[in-house]
Design a protein around this ligand. Sequence first.
Ligand code: SAH
Length: 349
Amino acid sequence: MTHDELTRHLVSLDLPASQAGAVFGHLHRWGRPLLTVPRLSARQVQRLQETTQDTVCEVVTEASALAQDGVERDETEKLVFRLVDGRRVEGVIIPEGERSTFCVSSQVGCAMACTFCATARLGLARPLTPAEIVKQVYHARDRAEKAGRPLRNVVFMGMGEPLHHYENTRAAIDILTCRWGLSLGFPKITISTVGLVPRIAQLGADFGGRLQLALSLNAGTDETRRRIMPITEKWNLESLKEALRAYPTRRNRFHLLEYVVLPGVNDDDENLDGVAAFTRGLPAVVNLIPWNPFAGAPFQPPTFEDVGRIFDRLRARGVHVSVRLPRGRPMSAACGQLALQTSAMEAQF
Ligand code: SAH
């Protein structure tokens, strides 16, 4: 429940609505038993507990890239969560200096069918509830804090398309940013989307453009994008650009345009010209993501030099560009590799 929903719930039970903030804080900020909420009697707490349900979202496996013997060591940590129906999703803690970023899942699987993404192969089983989304973040927060690198950013770049079941994502953001709870700053939350145009507009309207938006651009022509991201049939590049233009971005802030580098697919001049045309007039940074491989995928990962060359060619076209270094590849925790190879993982760790 968001704070508003909780307030309404207390009223409906004839319990003091003035305690909504305290109840919310006990649940979301401190994780304390409700019996210690001041000015709620044991009977009232019992009433609250009888009419609500706690959400199961347990960490069942952890894998750290540190534990690996391979050359690609880093300190990324992958968490596998088991949900109430036994289904599983993954999240990734990415340490960055003295702080951490958490990559959260929004759905079990995904319906968007991008051809270069391992999660897409699972199809969509179901959306996550707001509670399941925030609980992943709470687990990550506890671990990051214990490791001495507190959580700074939350990125919706795990499994699923966060704008597909938009209401769930919106409620989760409401809860995470609530001042009685974790009180996460809006700009510390990034929503990454394939580009569901009406939902981008809604996100902008609901949060006044305070959230960081990331669009998975991944191609500079509709033709290429259609081949790797079927959603392009519905929303072409022109409509995406219009949606970004209309998004109420704050001063001095940039949209993030993710670009998964797929050699021989989206790295020709026509695509890069298209990217340059797309970014013209937009406050945007293109973030190159070297494609992370997974079994059976019909693509080649780029070499470091491949990525460097695209970087230069985009720069030469006047595009702001950055590179996302692969993190967590040893245990399939890098972008697009979240597909629950748990059994293999459990054997390994
Ligand atoms: N559904 C959302 C968020 C999840 S994916 C979205 O599409 O934006 C997060 C990012 O990882 C997206 O930019 C996606 O294009 C990228 N990605 C997917 N599979 C990948 C892979 N195998 N290697 C590198 N990046 C990948």
